[in-house]
Design a protein around this ligand. Sequence first.
Ligand code: BTN
Length: 265
Amino acid sequence: MNIESVREKLKTKRIGQNIIHYRSIDSTNAEAKRLFEDGDRNGVVLVADTQSGGRGRLSRTWSSPRGGLWFSVILNPEGLFAEKLPILSLLAGVSVAEALKQLFNVDVNLKWPNDIVVGNKKLGGILLESIYTGKKFSGIIMGIGLNTDLTVTDLPPLLKDAVVTLKDSLEDREISNELILAEILNIIEDDYQLLLNNKEDDILQRWKALSITIGSRVAVNLENNTRLVGEAVGVKSNGALVILTDDGSQHIIIAGDCIHLNEIE
Ligand code: BTN
């Protein structure tokens, strides 16, 4: 990764003004947590060519070989409360999807809560982690992983049927991780400003337009090991998913794993 080339394309005032590049690190999210000191890390971006201990949601590992785009953004919340965290995850998804559409005209969609998909396969994911100083909510690490300039054969064989890469989708077109990173950071900065100005409706509308979850029959595995089956009918302003189950009742899901049933049936 050539950081100078990212900087040339950045239009931001804050996010990415300080980019730290690692050839290899355990996890950019873990390193961001270590770096975090309340107050003076806002907007710092950490990007790694490879991660040896990449982390996914729900304590999964995240395979991060060379060629992919693995990075984290540190955000100090300035007026942003812990309750707005789920929408930040949707914001990240919208920014990534719109950047990829703009750059490559590729048909990227979003799957609740935070999967970036092409067709029904996973192109990338987002891991948001919050930092508390004592009991005080003091910052957010927004981790983004994208299978960009690599092919499915570079990833573990077990993932073969579930994942897709940009390189495989675009065949011969050249892929620049520098350009993709800069474009995503440009959009994240604008969208984060929208959120700070309480314009979450704008983010939600764009998320709904990109979502393949709304209108789908889904099963959600909840954290207490129960499973809810029904139609995903909407998303709340805090980013929670609304499910209508067959008995006609509505459920609001803050966190969970969402399976699209129409894909398997
Ligand atoms: C998911 O499970 O879908 C979220 C995956 C998030 C992966 C990214 S890669 C950069 C950052 N560092 C990590 O260890 N994880 C995130």
